[in-house]
Each structure stands twice: as structure tokens, then as C-alpha cells.
Design a protein around this ligand. Structure first.
Ligand SMILES: Nc1ncnc2c1ncn2[C@@H]1O[C@H](COP(=O)(O)OP(=O)(O)OP(=O)(O)O)[C@@H](O)[C@H]1O
Ligand SMILES: [Mg+2]
Length: 435
């Protein structure tokens, strides 16, 4: 059986290789489900492919795509120079390069069109399949929230893809690898624009498409933090006619895949909605979907979050402490409720992506910031004085929230009253939290 790429993204979930690309990213070496036999279902995708793929038969070249030679891309990236490396994923390395505005000619760095060139590792059929899916889907699908595929290269066993360059890189980098936390309104903007990308695929594209690999590293950001989805290697046509699902091998990334999909291999648009819920939780909490460096019981984000998702009054426990109260109380409440709906164990109850878009639309512009409430300020003053007064043992008590506003506990001395958000999770970064 094909086990996919050495660096992970596109691997059968039940059979992924152990290598992971960062110490923090522990999601990729976990067997999570039994092998699903696609042959048991009527509409399973064909899993056997000829050992030598017949490229001409499978590649549907969109007229919009430019064809590059390997040499052109080698020159465009200055010989795939290490200092042009933008990142590395399961498919291979991604390099920055420059080509002329309309053709395929390489040009001087800083001139013409800036592109990202993805090189395929030479590891077999799975890589080739994904390359094909990417060319076939992204060659056809044009939308402001899907990354633009500019062209491709297929030459002997070389497979490369050429995309528009996304100046701010991936959401994964911004959320988990930078020291400055992403501001709240930008997080909501990213959630909204990524939701629009999925809504387009599910509900507006000529033929519905299930994306199947929604996660922070596949959400790329333009200069204004608009999100665009990249990586269509796992995408599938949605079910047709009266079919309720497509049956597939279980592929994707541990921590994001919907439970019913992992268990049965039955793929629906609602599997993407679940993955969206996971990413929304990551945006809200600043925690990775899987992180084994956290204490026991907190490795899996969704499992950790479930108790708070169901309880309106404790939503603030989910919010990223690195925001230090710079979040909209109403917005956070609504986003947590939305995440809960997306993560419903019952796929049918999850909202459609157009409903998700509708719910997210107002959130980037809400300004009822938690840290500008007088309650929060009093709390901060108490914290500051507690730390200057040394060890007098100011103990912060959990409070409660009502309609998004903190309620005061009569038993709490006024100088210690404040946002329960801070009572429960003292200021600490997820990194500082690790053992
Ligand atoms: N069009 C692009 N513009 C700018 N940076 C990009 C672009 N495409 C990819 N990258 C960078 O390269 C990195 C690797 O991308 P790639 O899609 O190969 O792997 P990944 O998404 O990190 O992992 P996976 O293989 O699991 O999807 C991305 O995380 C991103 O930082
Ligand atoms: Mg990717």
C-alpha cells in the first residue's frame, strides 16, 4: 500500500510515517484508525493505479496555465538556492522565484512576477497523484480565496508547480512560530476569508469540491492578511446525484480530520466543516490541533476544548492568553459557539460553509474589547500591584461571565476583581506552558 510522502501531509491517516517537520508538530506520526477498505462501498475511488502513470490521459491542462521547463524554474529560483526556500511540506520544498509577467521566462529577482515554486520529492505515485489533482483542480478553480496556480512543469520524472507568491506565508507560521501574537481582528479576518474559500468549493463551484486538507499550513496569507487555500492534492469531487458521500481511503492530517470520516472513510463536505472548526479553535486559542508537548489531557485541542465549548459561561477559558484581553467579548463568544457547531460529532448538524461565512461576517469589526472594560483594567492594576508588593500572595479567584460580561463575586475584594479570563489563565504563552 502506498503510504505517501516522507514529510507527511498527504499520508493515509492510518499509516503515516513518523517523521515530522517540527518538534512542535506532533500530529503526524499517529495511527488513528483502522484501514478502511474502499472496496466495501459502492462509490469508492479507484485505489489501484498503473505503476507507470499515463500522464497524457490524466492531465487536463487548463488553458490558463503556463507550462515551464525545468531549466526555466531552476533559473527563476536561482538554482533552488537555500536562501530562497519558503518552506517544506509533505510534497517537497517551496522556493521563491521570479518570472516575466506573462510568459515562462525567468527574470531578475525583484522584477516581473514573484512566484512560489513547489518541487515534488521523488517518492512515487502518491506524489504524482497529488500533483495531478493540484493541476487539475487549481487550473480550473479561480477565486479570491484560493491561491492562484500560475503554471506547472512536467519533464521526465520532474514535477513542479508554480503559484502566486503569498507574501505573508502560512497561517501556521503566524499563529505558532512568531513571537508576536496575531491580533484578534486579523484572526477573525483570516477565519472569514478562509471560510469563503471553502464555501466557494462546496456551494458555488460548478461541481462541488471537498477540500479534505484544511489546516493552518495550507492557509496562505496575502499582504493584507486575506486567506487563500493552497494544496489541492487531496481534493475530491463531492458526491453526485443522490449519493450522500464519497468513499475514500482515509487521508489527511491527524487532529483535523472529522471522526466519522476517520472511522468510515465516508467523505462529505461536512468533513471540511469539522476541519474548519478545528482551525477556528486554533485561531481562538493559539494552540495547535495536536501538541504532545502539552500536559496530559491537552494534547488534542478538540478534546481539551469540548467542556468549554458546551458552556457559554466558560468560553473565555479557550481564548489565547497571549492576546492579554485584546479580543472582543461578543466576538469571542460567537466564534466559540460557531466552532462548537462545526465540531458537532453529528456531521449533519454541522452548518454549511455559507452559514459559517454569515456568522463570521461581523466578527472582525466588533470592538467590545475585554481589556477595555473597567473590570479588566481593575484586574490588571491589581495584578501589577500584586507583583510589586512581592509575595503577599494575591490569589486570583475564578469569576463568571454573564452575557459576555464579567459578573462580580461579592466575596472577592474589589481590588482583585477582573476578567475571569485572566484569573484562570495567567499571562503565559503556549510556548512557556510547555514542560
Ligand atoms: N504560494 C506560496 N507563497 C508563499 N509561501 C508559500 C506558498 N506555498 C507554500 N508556501 C510556504 O511553503 C510551506 C510549505 O508548503 P507545503 O504546502 O509544501 O507544505 P505544508 O502545507 O507546510 O505541509 P503539508 O505538506 O502537510 O501541506 C508553507 O507552509 C508556506 O510557508
Ligand atoms: Mg500545504
Amino acid at each position: 500500500m502506498d503510504v505517501g510522502n516522507s514529510k507527511s501531509r498527504v499520508v493515509a491517516l492510518f499509516c503515516r510515517k513518523a517523521e515530522s517537520k517540527s518538534t512542535n508538530d506532533t500530529s503526524r506520526d499517529q495511527p488513528v484508525a483502522p484501514v478502511i477498505s474502499s472496496s466495501t462501498t459502492s462509490n469508492a475511488e479507484p485505489e489501484s493505479v498503473p505503476s507507470t502513470p499515463k500522464i497524457g490521459e490524466e492531465l487536463k491542462i487548463s488553458s490558463q496555465l503556463r507550462k515551464f521547463t525545468y531549466n526555466e524554474l531552476k533559473m527563476a529560483t536561482r538554482n533552488f538556492r537555500p536562501d530562497s526556500l519558503l518552506g517544506e511540506g509533505g510534497f517537497g520544498c517551496v522556493f521563491k522565484g521570479w518570472v516575466n509577467e506573462t510568459g515562462s521566462t525567468p527574470v531578475k529577482p525583484g522584477t516581473g512576477l514573484t512566484v512560489a515554486v513547489k518541487t515534488l520529492n521523488h517518492d512515487g505515485l502518491q506524489g504524482h497523484r497529488e500533483w495531478l489533482a493540484e493541476v487539475n483542480y487549481l487550473g480550473e478553480l479561480i477565486h479570491p480565496h484560493l491561491v492562484k496556480l500560475i503554471g506547472y512543469c512536467i519533464e521526465d520524472d520532474q514535477r513542479l508547480l508554480v503559484y502566486e507568491f503569498m507574501p505573508r506565508g502560512s497561517l501556521e507560521n503566524h499563529l505558532f512560530k512568531r513571537s508576536m501574537p496575531l491580533p484578534w481582528s486579523i484572526r477573525m479576518k483570516i477565519a472569514l476569508s478562509a471560510a469563503k474559500g471553502l464555501a466557494f468549493l462546496h456551494e458555488e463551484a460548478e461541481k462541488p469540491v471537498i477540500y479534505r486538507d484544511f489546516k493552518t499550513s495550507n492557509i496562505l496569507l496575502d499582504a493584507d492578511y486575506n486567506a487563500k487555500l493552497s494544496d489541492f492534492g487531496l481534493a475530491k469531487d463531492g458526491p453526485e446525484g443522490d449519493k450522500t458521500h464519497v468513499s475514500t481511503r482515509v487521508m489527511g492530517t491527524y487532529g483535523y480530520a472529522a471522526p466519522e470520516y476517520v472511522m468510515t472513510g465516508h467523505l462529505t463536505a461536512k468533513s471540511d466543516v469539522y476541519s474548519f472548526g478545528v482551525v477556528l479553535l486554533e485561531l481562538l486559542s493559539g494552540r495547535r490541533s495536536m501538541d504532545k508537548s502539552r500536559p496530559n489531557g491537552e494534547h488534542n485541542l478538540v478534546e481539551w476544548a469540548r467542556p468549554y465549548l458546551g458552556e457559554r459561561r466558560r468560553f473565555y477559558r479557550l481564548i489565547d492568553p497571549r492576546l492579554e484581553g485584546r479580543f472582543s467579548i461578543k466576538g469571542a463568544q460567537q466564534a466559540v459557539q460557531l466552532a462548537a457547531r462545526c465540531l458537532n460529532r453529528e456531521a449533519k448538524i454541522r452548518p454549511a460553509m455559507s452559514e459559517v461565512v454569515e456568522a463570521l461576517e461581523p466578527l472582525p469589526n466588533l470592538n467590545d474589547m475585554a481589556n477595555s472594560s473597567s473590570y479588566f483594567q481593575a484586574m490588571n492594576a491589581a495584578r501589577a500591584s500584586a507583583s510589586t508588593n512581592g509575595r503577599n500572595g494575591v490569589r486570583l479567584q475564578p469569576g463568571s461571565m454573564k452575557n459576555g460580561q464579567p459578573t462580580r463575586s461579592p466575596s472577592m475584594p474589589s481590588r482583585y476583581r477582573g476578567s475571569p479570563y485572566h484569573h484562570i489563565q495567567p499571562l503565559q504563552s503556549p510556548v512557556a506552558n510547555k514542560p
